[in-house]
Design a protein around this ligand. Structure first.
Ligand SMILES: [Zn+2]
Length: 372
């Protein structure tokens, strides 16, 4: 038989098998195994369900779009009410999460996220600090990937270089998937918790138990200023040095003594005289951001190197120390060590789980905490 005729025969076989491509096990429950050329609309029309319903289902969440691409051999189950109206659909793809979509009233809801964590047993890896987090975590058997995830998730609340002490403990809770479902740090009198949640937007982030991401948002400016006296620019004439040099910062002209605020939650990594910057403060925010505040007249008395600061907290006062011609604040924003324009750089924002999904998130949190 030629290649072409065997291809035609295959097509005929596939076509004839489509007619028997689903089985009807229980009342109102229909099982389909995806065959070549199949699509969800084919199954819907077979069951007398409208294209409009299908369109609504597909657009109800990002996750549902996986239903646009069915692969041969995958299983689809559609359940109907006794009046033949749509009840639910489940899809078991080869390499992705299973999906279950339920129609409640007129709204499609995804149950996959709950089912995922409910069906998988949780296991906890404990890391006790003896040396450094990276070293001790590897000894406890965590992968480099997981170690990075933990550092990224907790860095907004914990400085891994200066905050850790011997005997501090990390609990990494896993359900067997790539990312930990929960991370708990206990040290001294501090406890930090982070819970992974994907939600309907399907982007997995870490939240505290109240449903807020651990990162803080940034203030637009660190002080009440009169005007911006120098923007972020690559060539600026320097009035003291009398040369053109880059100014990778923003200068805010303000009255001497104006309070300066930390633009986000973070940890103080420098509170000292720093050459041309004069009296300066550097604050680390999470794993990737730092801000610099320079030419201060004085520091806030409560400010300590290595200590946490909150967004909006007063850290110092405007002055003209270091290489400066008048009272102003020199403010820098660094991302992964590179100075960025604070007026235009897209900054992280704190996200919050929607009220509609909070119960689902809470039940997940309770389950993770119960496993400790
Ligand atoms: Zn400046």
């Amino acid at each position: 038989m030629s290649k072409f005729s065997s291809f035609v025969l295959l097509l005929i076989l596939l076509n004839t098998s489509i007619g028997t491509a689903f089985s009807h096990s229980k009342d109102n429950e229909y099982h389909f195994t995806v065959k070549s050329g199949d699509s969800l609309s084919k199954y819907f029309s077979k069951l007398g369900l409208s294209n409009r319903l299908l369109a609504n289902l597909l657009s109800a969440s990002k996750q549902n779009q996986q239903l646009n691409q069915l692969n041969i051999g995958e299983k689809i189950t559609i359940r109907l009410h006794t009046n033949r109206h749509f009840k639910s659909l489940s899809h078991k793809p080869h390499n992705k999460k299973s999906l279950e979509v339920v129609l409640l009233g007129t709204r499609f809801t995804n149950k996959s996220n709950i089912n995922q964590t409910e069906s998988r047993p949780l296991s906890t890896t404990t890391v006790v600090i003896d040396n450094s987090f990276g070293y001790d975590a590897q000894r406890a058997g965590l992968s480099l990937n997981t170690i990075n995830t933990v550092v990224e998730a907790l860095s907004w609340r914990l400085d891994f270089n200066s905050d850790l002490h011997k005997g501090d403990r990390f609990f990494i809770i896993s359900d067997g998937s790539k990312q930990p479902v929960g991370i708990v740090y206990k040290g001294g009198n501090k406890r930090i918790e982070a819970f992974s949640y994907a939600g309907s937007h399907n982007q997995s982030l870490y939240y505290d138990r109240y449903g807020y991401t651990l990162n803080s948002s940034f203030l637009r400016a660190p002080l009440k200023y009169k005007r911006i006296s120098s923007k972020f620019q690559l060539k600026r004439y320097h009035p003291i040095l009398k040369t053109y040099r880059p100014h990778r910062a923003v200068d805010y002209a303000a009255t001497h003594g104006t309070p300066v605020h930390s633009t986000a939650d973070g940890v103080v990594t420098l509170k000292d005289w720093k050459g041309a910057l004069g009296k300066a403060i550097i604050i680390k925010h999470g794993a990737h951001y730092t801000t610099v505040y320079a030419h201060l007249s004085k520091y806030s008395p409560s400010l300590r190197k290595g200590k946490e600061v909150k967004k909006g907290q007063v850290i110092g006062y405007v002055g003209s120390t270091g290489r400066s011609t008048g009272a102003h604040l020199h403010y820098e924003l660094r991302y992964k060590g590179t100075r960025k324009n604070p007026l235009s750089h897209k900054l992280p924002i704190q996200k919050k789980i929607s009220r509609a999904e909070l119960w689902k998130f809470r039940s997940q949190v309770n389950k993770v905490l119960a496993s400790l």
